[in-house]
Design a binder for this molecule. Sequence first.
Ligand code: RB5
Length: 145
Amino acid sequence: MRIIIGSDHAGFDLKELCRRHLEKCSDFVIKDVGVYSTDSCDYPIIAHQISKAVVKGEYDRGLLICGTGLGMSITANRYNGIRAALCHNLYTVRMSRLHNDANILVMGGRVIGVGIAIEMLDLFLETGFEGGRHLNRVKQIDRKV
Ligand code: RB5
C-alpha cells in the first residue's frame, strides 16, 4: 500500500510518530510531504498536495494532521474523489472505511492522544470497504450516478 502523509506545525509531532510507526511495516511505501518542523505554516498547502496525489492515484491512502483536523478535512474534501474522514475514535475510523470508503484519514494533533492515534491509523489501513449498497452512495458523493 502506498501512503502519503503530511501535517502542519500543529500536527507535526503526531505526524512524526505516525511516520515512524508506518515505517516499521515493510509492506508500506511511505511518502512524507512535511512539514518537517513546528515552524508556523499554512495547512491548506499540505492538504492540497496530498489530495491531488490521492486523486491522481499516485497513492492509495492519505493521512493529514493539523491542530483540530478541521482545516485539513475541509480542504481535502473540496476534491472530487477525495473522501477525507475526520475521526476521533475507533468506531468512526472503522465506519469511514466500511461505509464511506474513506481514502484520507484526518486527525487533530491537539485533540487525539498518541496511543489511540496509532490504533486509529492501523484500523484505517487494515479495514476494507463493505461495498454493496454503500458503493452507490459513495458514487453519489461525486455525483457519478
Ligand atoms: C493552527 O493553529 C491550526 O489553526 C490548524 O492546525 C488547524 O487546526 C486548522 O484547522
